[in-house]
Design a protein around this ligand. Structure first.
Ligand code: SAM
Length: 191
């Protein structure tokens, strides 16, 4: 989901081999075109790119074994809709593994609204607990954070954007952003 140039999909394509299939989704025609060109150049025949939004995945119900995504869900305001649609397309017993930026606490407006935070995908990030809860409410089970790394706010802001923000505030919120990898499954049957 959110294929960018398709590189996540090419790694997945190597894993699933010639008998498997990977579907890359992105909402911008430019990214889809770029990814298709890259697939052609790299001779990837088991990858297909589809134009669409991750809130309304262009895939049939119960048709996908694994959903992967890196740094896209945090861009979408309606994360509940994203996870409902992930649940819809997964086969019963299918898995989702997502890498995303989340917050340990709300950021003050002058940090959140910084241009740099938009560029680094933090502006749309939600609180970690809310994010995990939204996954569960969508019907996903065994929601487990596999990896968690703190991303310092000063690193995300970069030197040129820290000027307008008081130093103490940056230090106070330094550890408020996490890069997490979270996995879950769609249960085999409704319990
Ligand atoms: C930060 S990039 C990540 C790309 C890729 N996953 C990677 O790790 O390189 C975000 C991508 O998500 C796409 N995107 C953003 N919102 C989307 C949405 N609602 N539905 C589908 N694609 C979306 C953008 O067009 C962009 O290509």
């Amino acid at each position: 989901m959110g294929s960018g140039g398709g590189f996540d999909c090419f790694l997945a394509a190597k894993k699933v081999g010639s008998t498997g299939k990977v579907i890359g989704v992105d909402m911008t025609p430019e990214m889809i075109e770029k990814a298709r060109k890259n697939a052609h150049k790299g001779h990837y025949e088991n990858v297909e790119f589809r134009l669409g939004e991750i809130e309304h995945l262009p895939a049939a119900d119960n048709s996908v074994d694994l959903v992967i995504s890196n740094c896209v869900v945090n861009l979408v305001p309606n994360k509940a809709q994203v996870f409902r649609d992930v649940h819809r397309v997964l086969k019963p017993g299918g898995r989702v593994i997502i890498s995303d930026l989340v917050l340990t606490r709300e950021l003050p407006e002058n940090i959140r609204e910084s241009v740099a935070m938009y560029a680094n995908c933090v502006a749309g990030a939600s609180l970690k607990n809310q994010y995990l809860e939204v996954m569960k409410q969508a019907g996903l089970q065994d929601v487990v954070v596999q990896k968690e790394v703190s991303v310092p706010v000063e690193f995300l802001l970069g030197k040129e954007f820290t000027k307008g923000v008081p130093r103490e505030l940056i230090e106070q919120y330094s550890n408020a952003v996490l890069d997490i990898t979270v996995s879950a499954i769609k249960p085999n049957s409704i319990t």
